[in-house]
Write a protein that binds this ligand. Structure first.
Ligand code: BGC
Length: 362
């Protein structure tokens, strides 16, 4: 996550080579035919064609300075050559775009894709004419997809707490990805740690001493927060053992544990409600936030570990979306979990830009 560009792309190619080596016989390619790859790259890119694009900046704790401004596909292609792996990158695809393409392939009502995982982002189908940035010829369909990079949204109406501010300042990308820092999996646990630390320092929440481990950034992961939040045992056993395993806080009282659960709830609820507000914003932009006269449905393809595994977060997001849309409209909007939709979508886009298939007009 913090080496050189060559290290990163060599690592990816090594994994690719292992994958190819383990493939079943029936997937082996004839010697004269190059393998073609759909490359899901889940970071902000200035995309200049279906298989070229330069890295704008890193997010989610990555920090590989010499890769910024480089063409991702050219870097991967160089690494493929270095390692002697025969492969052509046929499509460079953000995970939201992959999820949108994968979802749309099986269901034509899919018009929005959202990722809620380590990071967050959304993509949607827009009328090409409504895109002032686009100066090229209009596509035949009249539509284009937009990768919003909504994780980088910030606005003076978005209230930030002191915990958000300090998390941001101490992060690898201060001032960037503010919406992501309020809503996504990489940060929710860290927000909770900061609140607990302040309670320990200013209210002796865990006794006279501040447990030293509470001061370690990023030590509390969101899956652990989710496990504490979901603890249904009468003595909040899971909370107790997480506090012990992660922070070496033993013998926490039930009262303390209850406060921890309440804090999980506050932080997850804020994140989920903001994510739902983001989705409503996209639906509004598309004119789909009200009942459609033709009865058309809108499906939101959703992927990411946070949505998949953090039940309270998911339920809160869905109920907030229904609340914002109102009962009637909510019936025409559906959120669908798309398991590894982004990988499948990238493969489909690679197939549609395959030079092998194009040469044979297939
Ligand atoms: C990246 C996006 C990506 C999202 C979800 C964000 O940090 O900037 O490109 O789609 O994470 O993986």
């Amino acid at each position: 996550m913090s080496g050189s560009s060559d290290d990163l792309f060599d690592y990816i190619v090594e994994k690719l080579a292992n994958f190819v080596a383990e493939e079943e016989q029936r997937f082996h390619h004839p010697a004269d035919r190059q393998r073609e790859l759909g490359f899901t790259f889940s970071f902000p890119v200035m995309q200049t064609s279906i298989n070229t694009g330069t890295i704008i900046r890193w997010t989610k704790g990555f920090s590989i300075d010499d890769a910024v401004g480089q063409d991702v596909v050219a870097e991967l292609t160089k690494a493929l050559k270095r390692k002697g792996v025969e492969m052509r990158v046929a499509a460079l695809v953000n995970d939201t775009i992959g999820t949108l393409a994968g979802g749309r392939y099986t269901n034509k009502d899919v018009a929005v894709a959202v990722i809620l995982g380590t990071g967050t982002n959304a993509a949607y189908v827009e009328r090409a004419q409504a895109i002032p940035k686009w100066h090229g010829p209009l596509p035949q369909s009249g539509e284009m997809v937009i990768n919003m990079e909504w994780g980088n949204f910030r606005c003076s109406h978005l209230p930030l707490t002191e915990y958000d501010h300090s998390l941001d300042i101490e992060s690898l990308n201060p001032g960037e990805q503010i919406f992501e820092k309020l809503t996504s999996g990489m940060y929710l646990g860290e927000i909770l740690r900061r609140v607990l630390l302040r309670l320990a320092e200013e209210a002796s929440f865990f006794g006279d001493e501040v447990p030293p481990k509470l001061k370690s950034p990023m030590i509390l992961r969101t899956p652990d927060m989710s496990a504490m939040h979901q603890d249904a045992s009468s003595d909040l056993r899971v909370v107790g053992s997480k506090l012990k395993d992660i922070f070496e806080i033993s013998n926490s009282s039930l009262k303390t544990r209850r406060v921890v659960v309440e804090l999980c709830n506050i932080i997850a609820t804020r994140g989920a409600r903001l994510a739902a507000a983001g989705i409503l914003g996209v639906l509004k932009k598309m004119g789909r936030d009200t009942l459609q006269e033709d009865g058309e449905k809108t499906v939101i393809a959703m992927d990411g570990g946070l949505y998949e595994h953090y039940t309270e977060y998911r339920e809160c997001l869905e109920s907030t979306l229904n609340e914002l849309l109102g009962e009637e409209t909510a019936k025409s909007i559906q959120v669908e979990h798309s398991n590894d939709g982004s990988g499948i979508g990238a493969a489909l886009l690679a197939a549609s830009n395959s030079s092998f298939l194009r040469e044979r007009s297939l």
